[in-house]
Ligand binder design. Structure first.
Ligand SMILES: Nc1nc2c(ncn2[C@@H]2O[C@H](COP(=O)(O)OP(=O)(O)OP(=O)(O)O)[C@@H](O)[C@H]2O)c(=O)[nH]1
Ligand SMILES: [Mg+2]
Length: 255
C-alpha cells in the first residue's frame, strides 16, 4: 500500500472563490509554505492546480515568487547560485482554502554542483515535469542577458508533449532592470521567436515590473472557468459598445 500523503484529504474541500472580491494580487498575498521535498515521491499527491517555476540557477525564481506574493522570505533567494535545493511548495487561496500551489524548483546549470548530484537532480526534475499530475502551468525564468541556453532548450523538449496537450507555459525574462528599454524590446522579440509563439513577459523584482501581469496570468491558469467567464463578459461589453456605436452612426441616405 502506498504511504504517500494526500494533502487534498487533509484540507477542507475546494470552495469556489468569490471572484468579485479576489484580485490576482490579493490572491498571491495569501501564499504560505506548504511543504518541501528532496525527491519526487516525497511530494504530496494533490488535486489543486500547480504552477512550477523552473530555470537556470540564479535566474531569479525564488525572488520572483517572493515578489509576486509580497513575502520577502517565503522562498529562499540568494546571490549564491544553487540556493534552492528542494522542491518547495507554497499554497495559495483565501480563508485557508488552497485553490492553487506554486512550486519553486532548484535551478540547473550551476557549475559547482557535483556531476552525480547534477544527474540525480536532472532526473528528479524531468520526472516531476513529466509525471506530476496536477501540474497546470510552467513558468520558465530566463535571464535575458544570457538568453535561452542549451539546458533551457532540453527542458523545453521535455515539456513539449505536455504543452501540446494543454499545459500552460510562460517565459519570464528576469532582471529587466539591468537592461535598457531598447535591450528589453530586443530580448522580448528574440525570446518570442525561441518560444515558438508562446507567451513571454519582462519582469523585474527590483522595479516591480510585470508583477500585476504575471499575477493575472497565473490567476487565470488556476481558475480557467472564471477566466473564461471574464473573457466572455469583456467580449460582450466590447460587442455592445460597437453595437451602440453603429446605432449612433447616422444612416447613410440615398441622395
Ligand atoms: N537586479 C535584479 N536582481 C534580481 C532580480 N531577481 C533576482 N535577482 C537577484 O538574483 C539573485 C538570484 O536570485 P534567486 O531568486 O535566488 O534565483 P533562483 O533562480 O531562485 O536561484 P537557484 O535557487 O539557485 O536556482 C539574487 O541575488 C537576487 O537578488 C531582479 O529582478 N533584478
Ligand atoms: Mg531559488
Amino acid at each position: 500500500m502506498s504511504t504517500r500523503p494526500r494533502v487534498s484529504n487533509s484540507l477542507p474541500p475546494t470552495a469556489p472563490a468569490t471572484p468579485a472580491l479576489v484580485t490576482p494580487m490579493g490572491w498571491m498575498h495569501t501564499a504560505r509554505f506548504l511543504t518541501t521535498a528532496a525527491q519526487l515521491h516525497h511530494l504530496p499527491a494533490m488535486d489543486t492546480p500547480e504552477i512550477a517555476f523552473v530555470g537556470r540557477s540564479n535566474a531569479g525564481k525564488s525572488t520572483c515568487i517572493n515578489t509576486l506574493t509580497q513575502k520577502k522570505q517565503l522562498a529562499f533567494a540568494s546571490k549564491k547560485p544553487g540556493r534552492t535545493q528542494h522542491i518547495n511548495l507554497f499554497a495559495l487561496g483565501k480563508q485557508g482554502i488552497t485553490d492553487a500551489v506554486l512550486a519553486d524548483l532548484p535551478g540547473y546549470g550551476y557549475a559547482a554542483v557535483a556531476k552525480m548530484d547534477k544527474l540525480r537532480w536532472q532526473q528528479v526534475m524531468a520526472n516531476y515535469l513529466v509525471s506530476r499530475e496536477n501540474l497546470t502551468g510552467i513558468v520558465m525564468m530566463c535571464d535575458p542577458r544570457h538568453g535561452l541556453t542549451e539546458l533551457d532548450d532540453i527542458l523545453l523538449e521535455v515539456i513539449r508533449p505536455r504543452v501540446e496537450q494543454g499545459l500552460k507555459f510562460l517565459i519570464i525574462l528576469t532582471k529587466a532592470d539591468k537592461l535598457t528599454r531598447a535591450e528589453q524590446a530586443k530580448a522580448l522579440s528574440i525570446a518570442r521567436l525561441q518560444a515558438g509563439g508562446g507567451e513571454v513577459k519582462l519582469f523585474s523584482a527590483l522595479k516591480k515590473q510585470g508583477v500585476d501581469e504575471v499575477a493575472q496570468l497565473l490567476w487565470d491558469w488556476a481558475h480557467p472557468a472564471q477566466a473564461a467567464t471574464a473573457d466572455a463578459a469583456a467580449a460582450a461589453s466590447t460587442e455592445n459598445a460597437s453595437a451602440n456605436d453603429s446605432e449612433a452612426e447616422p444612416e447613410a441616405l440615398d441622395e
